[in-house]
Design a protein around this ligand. Structure first.
Ligand code: AHG
Ligand code: MN
Ligand code: MN
Ligand code: MN
Length: 335
């Protein structure tokens, strides 16, 4: 028979996406092409980051402040532009919305044939760029609904259930791409010598409970009492281990594989917290639910939240079912 390692090497991302469908329908072909473009963006970003310490103009700040009120890194801008470039002339995506752009970006030559919208966080964990630590990109694909002739992208103000695909790219010791199209969660590792993402694990299931506890405890002083009580509970209970990297893609990837909970709760001055619904929380919620986990604001499932604006923030508690339920119970019942 054929060499087993050959079978493995041939399970590329684009083949895997096509296998998610029963046929070679136009939608299957679109989604396979879309995922291929996202993979190309991941490869371009990974390549640039691997040379960061060797090249001028990769690291550091641009001097601009984005719509979030954050200082923009050169890498944020590069990665933002990469996603735009890979979708130009694609006929697939008419509109992109990202953390780094006030308003959606239109690719007129793809409209109206390109019936999909891409929502993305080009670099997740920007603060890790200048110290050579793990980073991510987060993406979600939605069908464009209506004609959006006035270009206000109102149809994007819909809950996470409208996502047809979502995932992330993790730039760590190796580059990985993890995605869902509503039929399980699958991970791929970039083989740099082939330039292809090769299947690593299919149908990943998150443990129902796990040891990892991931939160920025430096915010303790500005949390409300239920979150403080939960954290005190963790401190006096055996079996938890704290891990917080500054990039939630890497923290959540660890939790996907080992189980546990990541939280970014609201604070007293900012009850909505920091993370943005449409291109951070909702894609990760879709993926973690598909793996058998849970994602909530503390009061509502993330995928049910209807945003009222593009850059809306929500508190996020995400991970293993039991561990998320524990945090929820502190928020709702005080214990
Ligand atoms: P981004 O770099 O896309 O702005 O997002 C950073 C997010 C997330 O990745 C991380 O877990 C969190 O912000 C870190 O924020 P704090 O420094 O406030 O903990
Ligand atoms: Mn940011
Ligand atoms: Mn982010
Ligand atoms: Mn970002």
């Amino acid at each position: 028979g054929t060499d087993k390692s050959l079978d493995r090497d041939c399970t590329t991302l684009s083949r895997h996406v096509l296998q998610q469908f029963q046929n070679f329908s136009p939608e299957a072909q679109d989604l396979s092409a879309l995922m291929n473009r996202i993979a190309l963006a991941g490869k371009l970003i990974a390549r640039r980051m691997s040379h960061a310490g060797l090249m001028e103009g990769v690291l550091g700040f641009t001097g601009e402040v984005n719509v979030q009120g954050e200082s923009v890194k050169k890498m944020d801008v590069y990665a933002n532009d990469v996603f735009i470039s890979v979708f130009k002339q694609s006929g697939l995506v008419c509109r992109l919305a990202s953390e780094e752009m006030d308003k959606p970006y239109y690719i007129p030559e793809n409209c109206p044939i390109g019936r999909y919208s891409l929502l993305y966080d080009p670099i997740d964990g920007s603060s890790n760029t200048d110290t050579n630590l793990s980073l991510g990109s987060i993406f979600a694909i939605r069908k464009q609904e209506g004609d959006d002739l006035d270009g206000d992208a109102k149809d994007l103000l819909a809950p996470g259930h409208k996502q047809i695909a979502a995932g992330y790219i993790l730039y760590g010791p190796s580059t990985m791409l993890v995605y869902t199209m509503g039929k399980g969660v699958h991970s791929f590792t970039l083989d740099p010598s082939l330039g292809e993402f090769i299947l690593t694990e299919e149908n990943i299931q998150i443990p129902v409970h796990g040891p990892v506890y991931s939160v920025n405890e430096g915010n303790f002083w500005q949390w409300n009492e239920p979150i403080r009580e939960y954290v005190r509970y963790v401190h006096r209970t055996e079996g938890y281990t704290a891990r917080y990297s500054g990039a939630m893609v890497s923290d959540i990837h660890r939790i996907l594989l080992q189980g546990g909970v990541f939280l970014y709760p609201g604070t007293l001055p900012k009850p909505e917290g920091k993370l943005r619904l449409l291109y951070e929380s909702a894609p990760l919620a879709f993926l973690i639910e598909q793996a058998g986990g849970k994602a909530t604001t503390g009061h509502q499932n993330i995928l049910d939240v209807v945003p009222s604006k593009l850059h809306q923030r929500t508190p996020l508690i995400i991970g293993s079912k039991q561990d998320v339920a524990k945090v929820e119970s502190f928020i709702q019942n005080g214990h």
